[in-house]
Ligand binder design. Sequence first.
Ligand SMILES: C[S@@+](CC[C@H](N)C(=O)[O-])C[C@H]1O[C@@H](n2cnc3c(N)ncnc32)[C@H](O)[C@@H]1O
Length: 319
Amino acid sequence: MSPHEFPVASQLRPASFHPFSSTWVITNGALNVSPLRWSYNASSCYCFRLRECRCKWKRLVRSCSTSEFVVASDENYGNKQVVSLTPRLYEYVLKNVREPEILRQLRGETASMRGSQMQVSPDQAQLLAMLVQILGAERCIEVGVYTGYSSLAIALVLPESGRLVACERDAKSLDVAKKYYQLAGVSHKVDAKLGLAMDCLESLILNGEAGSYDFAFIDAEKKMNEKYFELLLQLVRVGGLIVIDNVLWHGKVADPLVNKFFCVFLYFQLNELDLMYYPQVYDPKTISIRNFNQKLMEDKRVSISMVPIGDGMTICRKR
Ligand SMILES: C[S@@+](CC[C@H](N)C(=O)[O-])C[C@H]1O[C@@H](n2cnc3c(N)ncnc32)[C@H](O)[C@@H]1O
């Protein structure tokens, strides 16, 4: 990564063009011209590059003139353009979510409670419910229930014979969840377990339930993700899914300013050697999520798909 990109990490920036610093940055990653792409000596090369940049500029203007969309394109991936969600576009996405009335009510009640931002978003809940339906899942586990939004979305689509083990350590939140299971008429499908998730998962394994679950959703203590994942990998059958929430952690996983060490960068600019100091933020939660994402990337026991929905979810299928 070029040092020029550091200041724009996880922020949207207005367009800026510095011809003599040979850096052109429009939004985070929407249009980056790296220093190497500009040649001041070879004019033909310069013209070619300029034309190429004009094309990119036109594409960007075309997309911006009709909307707020931010389009990221990366030449390493065949110039595929990827839409980044703006508030206006996200509002549109939410308008296209079929949120059951009981979930809407639960969201309303939770809105005034402490920690309401922890709830999964309606579009995430809809995706979870759809995955459960596609799998034809009968036996599910949720780690981290809070007031029950995601667990209720799952329970609503489970068949009558289905069962969801819902682990939560906070009694007050779990009471709200139980109230809504009752109101929705799905209490008989949910086995709400008050206590630490690790204890709950270990007792399921001791109970001989390994390999008997179809679907699991992890949304509790982020630093424990790896431990939850290992136990759930035992509990879920081959072909079953484990979904992990918050894998993008508000974008911080990709922010180079969040790291373990203070850093000093050396780079050349117009043939001069510059030194740049970037203070690094030590954030153990982000680092643990980043490490866990990396481990999943390398884990041959599962197929994976990281989905940029809500705060990011990774869907893992047990091989
Ligand atoms: C992000 S919230 C879950 C949100 C929920 N999935 C929803 O959509 O409403 C995380 C929850 O995990 C619970 N939690 C955190 N650590 C836990 C642990 N070790 N065992 C059980 N529950 C835990 C917290 O009390 C909190 O309610």
